[in-house]
Design a protein around this ligand. Structure first.
Ligand code: AMP
Length: 207
């Protein structure tokens, strides 16, 4: 059976890590607006390029993001959606283009989020995620998976990370409330190890 899963949570809650694992486990498409936008930072749109919004920690305009998601979902049988919807208008749009069978919220405390974001390092080559303290690579600065260079995302520097959390509180928390009000939100404690959190998520998906 194919699943249509939405993972919600703040920046740094672990959506990317868990989505990748879910996509592998259940053979789903990993649809992530953050990665799609990073790969198309300088794409010309009528609003300008995504880059300026992303470097400021702000949301890229809805029409740009909605189009990316619609195209990705149209091609996917089952999927795990990560990083979208980030405001109520996007949530409304999503409800018009698909039905979800699980909406999971990864709950992580605010001060943990800042530490996770500022310590995060990503592989320049394959996108694997690390953390300087919580999940260090065997050799500092080098990806265990592919030997690529580990870099810090520009928007993971402290000022921009804090701005992203502010944007999250203002725009995305109402989305979480919306799904909670609908009675479909399942909350998972996002502060365990990646494997502990994954076990909880798979319990939800299979229930
Ligand atoms: P992420 O990797 O999910 O943290 O996303 C990185 C950045 O991409 C965000 O700070 C936004 O600038 C942009 N972005 C990603 N997803 C969305 C979305 N659904 N709506 C608007 N902007 C987004």
């Amino acid at each position: 059976m194919s699943h249509r899963i939405l993972l919600l949570g703040a920046p740094g809650a672990g959506k990317g890590t868990q989505s990748k694992k879910l996509a592998e486990e259940y053979d789903l498409e990993h649809v992530t607006t953050g990665d799609a936008l990073r790969a198309n930072k300088d794409m010309e749109t009528e609003y300008g390029t995504p880059r300026s919004f992303m470097e400021a920690g702000e949301l890229v305009p809805d029409p740009v993001v909605n189009e990316i998601v619609e195209a990705a979902l149209a091609e996917a049988d089952g999927f795990v959606l990560d990083g979208y919807p980030r405001n109520l208008d996007q949530a409304e749009y999503l409800s018009e283009i698909t039905d979800l069978d699980a909406v999971i919220y990864l709950d992580v405390d605010e001060d943990v989020l800042v530490d996770r974001l500022t310590g995060r390092r990503v592989c320049d080559e394959c996108g694997a995620n690390y953390h300087v303290d919580f999940q260090p690579p065997e050799e500092p600065g080098v990806c265990d998976e592919c030997g690529g260079d580990l870099i810090q995302r520009e928007d993971d520097q402290e000022d921009t990370a804090r701005e992203r959390l502010e944007v999250y509180r203002e725009n995305t928390e109402p989305v979480i409330e919306h799904f909670r009000d609908e009675g479909v939100l399942v909350e998972v404690d996002g502060e365990g190890t990646p494997n502990e959190v994954f076990d909880e998520i798979t319990d939800v998906v299979e229930s």
